[in-house]
Design a binder for this molecule. Sequence first.
Ligand SMILES: Nc1ncnc2c1ncn2[C@@H]1O[C@H](COP(=O)(O)OP(=O)(O)OP(=O)(O)O)[C@@H](O)[C@H]1O
Ligand SMILES: [Mg+2]
Length: 503
Amino acid sequence: MIVPQTMIEMWATMGSTIASFMFIWAIIHQYCPYEVRLYFGKYTQRIMSFFYPYIKISIHEYAGDRLKRSEAYAAVEAYLSINSSKCAKRLKAEMAKDCSNLVLSMDEYERVKDEFQGIQVWWVSSKVMPPLQSMYPQQERRYYRLTFHKRYRGVISEVYLKHVIQQGKEIRVRNRQRKLYTNGSGNKWHIYKQTMWNHIVFEHPATFETLAMEHAKKQEIIEDLVTFSKSKDFYARIGKAWKRGYLLYGPPGTGKSTMIAAMANLLNYDVYDLELTAVKDNTELRKLLIETTSKSIIVIEDIDCSLELTGQRDKKEEKSPDEDKEKSEKETRKEHHKEETGSKVTLSGLLNFIDGIWSASGGERLIVFTTNYVEKLDPALIRRGRMDKHIELSYCSFEAFKVLSRNYLRLDAHPLFDKIESLMKETKITPADVAESLMPKSPLDDAEKCLSHLIQALEEAKEAEEVTEKADKDASKQNAQTATKAAEGRAKEDAAQPQENSH
Ligand SMILES: Nc1ncnc2c1ncn2[C@@H]1O[C@H](COP(=O)(O)OP(=O)(O)OP(=O)(O)O)[C@@H](O)[C@H]1O
Ligand SMILES: [Mg+2]
């Protein structure tokens, strides 16, 4: 190969330039004071970067706001915890937050290679030691450094980094410890606290698998929830806030609260259990809403017990004797509590909470109301668009019972099932009562014994229903007789009236 003379001359010139530059640098390094070295160091970097074809990006653990860990660093850490564990040779292991297993991540000064769209990049984990002279004890500052060829600057900075952050966030959501948040009158401190919510780790074992319910209905709810959680783009396209309202209604003990736990476990969401009677006013309600995060379920249980919200409640409507009897203890308790705390949340405040302009911030949230008396709620509160899906949880069907028997007794079939099925058609029993009957009462109780307990409970429920029915019939018969007697009495009086007048 013939190399042109000018090229050889160019290389020779370049070589000698670098050589002389390095010679000068060595002399400076050896003999000059620190300040001069720093001054020349700045220029050396610039000259070196002219010949060096790689770009480096550092992501620091504490950038800008020194008190808060950088979100970007946490996302990169999560991304590399998956990718680096496959190829890094030095890993460090830490206990996961739920203490269930060890989480692996790259050890300090370890270097791993990653590939994206055929482009190779390198990640190094490193740290800066704090200056020794510092007056205050300081922690070492960790960072990740990404290196790639400068010809891929566009793809890496615009596509790859977004991909890393997104994947890292998803991994963090998957691995995070979910929380159960509550507000309450104990939160009077909130001026000094960063948040108005208290939280504990959310650990509820309920899943849709263990929920006693007809298969088709269960499947429909699961599909609805999963579709919602994957519809970010759809909601953005139609210009609607990414949230969905669920109204769960039915008698006590039919699984409303259990279903909320199953929902949270299915979607991996946090739960905000909002005690409405402990909220001072609409402003406080809005503050609470703003503090909720994405991927969460905001729950208001027994919404019918928040008095001002039930339009019809104040109109002293006629109640059937049954309804009066059914007025639950929790309702009375809440009324007392409400009187004590003097909550001034109004219906319009709550409507604003559900679909006001603030409710859109954060995104990906479910709002769930539960009630025992759906008919008492103001129609404005539960109309579609606010409470998009109304789910009735009712008395236990035979299909639902089979789920419970599988969970509690590991039984799919048994000769006593036929009797249970026919009794269930004749009487009402809640899944909570079925579950209680199926619980072994002593270590000697086997499946058959538990099923007999259930049969006994069903027979007792049937008898009680028959007695109530008979009492109702007697009462209405007596009422009818009283009404007839009264009518006859009035008729006699009317008949006597003209004679008196004629005298
Ligand atoms: N559908 C169900 N599937 C499985 N278990 C259930 C179901 N319904 C009730 N249970 C059992 O009964 C207990 C009480 O149920 P849960 O608290 O969910 O009822 P609820 O409808 O929320 O009642 P309330 O209206 O009084 O709040 C649960 O701990 C659970 O063990
Ligand atoms: Mg409940």
